[in-house]
Ligand binder design. Structure first.
Ligand SMILES: Cc1ncc(COP(=O)(O)O)c(C=O)c1O
Length: 423
């Protein structure tokens, strides 16, 4: 089977980065219909914390599917979903003890914004430039990582204001982490003074580490100041941990690195081992303003996705996934920094845990997506799957499974270095 023969039946809107037709996957690898295996450093866009088709997840899905697949969580309850809600309440920070299940990240962020508006009775939302929160009209409205995600869709949701995130690209040249944090906090104060009075703002929505925007890690003081500003003005802090959550950064939730807890947390991606599932999690007090019928879903809370999600959490409890993520992440960071010293077109290496990116720039410091495109092509020819990030598409993200072995990391890095040498 060839993708080209079927392409005519698919909308071109999905920006496919390969023509591969995949038949199976195991751990770090996928195998296509021709029997060619690829080392997968994308893992379904940072989804598969345990790699492809982990036996415990497959078993949980098969067993649950044999019992019941769908009767709608609107109508009935399922053991697996109830158990998952309790487990999520227990592992999430602060008093985030009530869960609303949905199916994808964008949907969860839409839900979180509805909840914030319902609780505060305020209308505005503040988001950050460089952020990615998804593709629905609501989530696109607070997405500022690329103008192409918004083009032709205006007017989007009203009452959304963007402010600066402390990334290199959004701050004056030469600023260090401290200065960037101060600059962005001053920008937010200016937004409050000139445009959006803080007492009209329902929520600030933020990825603690920007994902699609380039794996940008802000200064701890910045995140803590945003938390304080929210508390001071009665604004709810929505942390979108759809990509950063579930151990990706070496802690179960990235906000733990910053000693900050949100008012509303959104989760997705890794939560159900590759099945579509997401969650909006908040305190009982905040959830109490979301009265029955104010939000809903046909598929959300699927018992099969929940069974897979419980299997994922079992693995977090049984095996030392977080430790492996920290160990292998530190090794990967070290190797990437060594490559940066050797290859001047790698201008930056950044991230946390196994959420790491290498950025490609020209000699004059301008973004070099064309160099990255060549590297990516050579990686692919040598059977390594990679993905870009950043507004200029000049970052390469590494999103291996959290249980990745040193051997697979080295194998991928060898291919990566071969590609760097070749360009
Ligand atoms: C931080 C973040 N939020 C939201 C989304 C949207 O998730 P989905 O594609 O499942 O709607 C993504 C997807 O990449 C993401 O990285």
């Amino acid at each position: 089977m060839k993708f080209q023969d079927y392409k005519q039946y698919l909308s071109p809107a999905l920006a496919k980065t390969t023509d591969l037709v995949i038949r199976s996957g195991k751990g770090c690898y996928v195998t296509d219909v021709n029997g060619d295996s690829y080392l997968d450093f994308v893992q379904g866009i940072a989804v598969n914390a345990l790699g492809h088709s982990h036996p415990a997840i497959v078993k949980a899905i098969c067993e649950q599917a044999g019992n019941i697949i769908h009767a709608s969580f609107n109508l009935v309850n399922y053991e697996s979903t109830l158990e998952l809600a309790e487990r999520l309440a227990k592992i999430t920070p602060g008093d985030l003890n009530q869960v609303f299940f949905s199916n994808g990240g964008a949907e969860a962020n839409d839900g979180a914004m509805k909840l914030a508006k319902a609780y505060t009775r305020r209308s505005s939302i503040i988001a950050f430039k460089g952020s990615f929160h998804g593709r629905t009209i609501g989530a696109s409205s607070v997405t500022g990582s690329n103008s192409k995600y918004r083009k032709y869709y205006e007017p989007l949701m009203g009452g959304v204001y963007f402010t600066a995130f402390p990334s290199k690209d959004q701050c004056p040249e030469g600023y260090g982490a401290d200065q960037r944090a101060e600059y962005c906090l001053a920008e937010l104060q200016r937004l409050f003074s000139y445009i959006a009075s803080p007492d009209t703002v329902a929520a600030i929505i933020m990825e603690v580490v920007q994902g699609e925007g380039g794996y940008v890690v802000p200064d701890k003081k910045f995140v803590q100041a945003i938390r304080d500003i929210c508390t001071q003005h009665g604004i709810l802090l929505i942390l979108d941990e759809i990509q950063t959550g579930y151990g990706r950064t070496g802690k179960m939730f990235a906000c733990e690195h910053f000693d900050v807890a949100p008012d509303i947390l959104t989760l997705g991606k890794a939560i159900a081992g590759g099945l579509p599932m997401s969650a909006v999690i908040a305190s009982p007090e905040i959830m109490s303003e979301w009265h029955p019928g104010m939000h809903g879903t046909t598929f959300g809370g699927s018992p099969v996705a929940a069974a897979a999600a419980n299997a994922v959490l079992d693995e977090f409890e049984k095996s030392d996934l977080l430790n492996n993520c920290r160990l292998q992440g530190a090794y990967l960071l070290k190797r990437l920094n060594e490559l940066k010293e050797k290859y001047p077109f790698i201008s930056d290496v950044r991230g946390l845990g196994l959420m790491l990116a290498a950025e490609f720039s020209n000699e004059d410091g301008s973004p070099a997506p064309e160099i990255w495109a060549k590297v990516k092509k050579i990686c692919f020819e040598n059977k390594l799957l990679t993905l870009n990030c950043g507004v200029y598409g000049n970052g390469m993200r590494f999103a291996t499974p959290l249980n990745v072995t040193r051997e697979d990391l080295n194998k991928g890095l060898d291919i990566f270095e071969y590609a760097l040498k070749s360009v």
